[in-house]
Design a protein. Sequence first.
Length: 118
Amino acid sequence: MNGNCHCGAVKFTYKGRPAKLVDCNCSICRRLRPLWAHGPEGIISIDAASDATLAYVWGDKGLAFHTCKTCGCTTHWKGLGDESPQNMAVNMALCDPATIRDIRVRRFDGADTWAFLD
């Protein structure tokens, strides 16, 4: 599955089909409104120039959210630690809607309980 930012400077591939997409309500995701597909490097690949994104790191500094410097779309995040094998996610809202239409969306309470709400 392939996606890209609006201008096409940042492209990604998710090898296979994710079992679910995650709609999180944490303080940043509720503003960005992404649909995350998580996976390790190898399942997810990013195709962009090394200076194509702006990385935003805050709070516990565990994640870097990457946004295209040209068009402003948030394309992915990457974990900054080694504690999780699922250390990346791509914003599947940037894919053709027909390709993600039948993938289950799970609501995640990243704001409070750190649990799925469904």
